[in-house]
Write a protein that binds this ligand. Structure first.
Ligand SMILES: [Zn+2]
Length: 259
């Protein structure tokens, strides 16, 4: 392949990735608030966006002037770069298209969870279908289903333990429940999706990595609070982004270092 052809392919990869990123931004803007996909509208005043403003410039509402956040640029640029990089570095067994779709899915779940502390059932269901297909292709049907069951079951135990802990601390200390539970049921569903993706025994590594990252982030947060002399009891760790980060590291990054 000549270097010009190669450059053209990388640019096409970038452009398709960027466009896919715009689509993901649109879903992340609309789905959590409207629970459906309508015309792109301003989250502040509900006015409809002009499609040129929405996709290109200026990225602000034509009526109230509210700007679209930095996230829309990060997602589009990130998916664009991924679209180019995946031309050479798609995970083993995954073609460019599937690798990009899966990456977009992980990004979407992460963005919605960070912005709304929410993992929607509809994205979990779509994720389960994508993950089931990829899992069976990579690991075969039984390891995929076992992986999904273990991912779901392990996080379900965490979830039930979290509720038990909350009830106990309320009873022992007579406190009102002010903090929402650390793990929501969306995390349980997402853990099942990641289990399907990684299969058995890969999900064991996925869960360990998730707990490790969550622990490190919690520790950093704690140290930061001690340095600022603040104390926030009952820190609720959102597991969703750590689950997606672990899946990303194991599927996309690990094969670069371990063949
Ligand atoms: Zn507006």
């Amino acid at each position: 392949m000549t270097s010009l052809n190669r450059l053209i392919i990388l640019i096409i990869g970038f452009v398709i990735g960027w466009l896919f990123g715009s689509l993901l931004n649109y879903v992340a803007d609309e789905l959590p608030l409207m629970r459906r996909l309508g015309k792109p509208a301003c989250p502040a005043c509900q006015a409809e966006y002009l499609i040129l403003n929405y996709l290109f410039w200026p990225r602000r509402c034509p009526v109230c002037g509210a700007k679209r956040g930095l996230r829309s640029w990060i997602v589009e640029f990130g998916l664009g770069v991924a679209g180019a990089l995946l031309v050479d570095f798609s995970p083993p067994g995954l073609g460019w298209v599937v690798a990009l779709i899966l990456l977009g899915y992980l990004a979407l779940v992460t963005v919605i969870d960070i912005e709304h502390r929410l993992i929607l059932h509809v994205t979990s269901l779509a994720g389960a279908l994508i993950a089931l297909g990829i899992g069976i292709h990579l690991h075969g049907i039984v390891p995929t289903l076992v992986g999904g069951a273990v991912g779901f079951g392990a996080m379900l135990l965490f979830y039930l333990f979290g509720i038990l802990f909350l009830r106990l601390s309320v009873r022992l200390r007579g406190e009102q429940i002010t903090e929402q539970e650390a793990i929501g049921f969306g995390d349980v569903n997402l853990s099942g999706v990641v289990g399907l993706l990684l299969g058995w025994p890969g999900i064991t590594l996925g869960l360990l990595l998730t707990i490790l990252i969550a622990g490190l982030i919690s520790l950093a947060y704690l140290v930061l609070n001690i340095l600022r002399r603040q104390y926030h009891p009952a820190l609720a760790v959102p597991y969703g982004p750590f689950l997606t980060l672990s899946a990303f590291l194991l599927i996309y990054i690990r094969p670069l270092f371990f063949k």
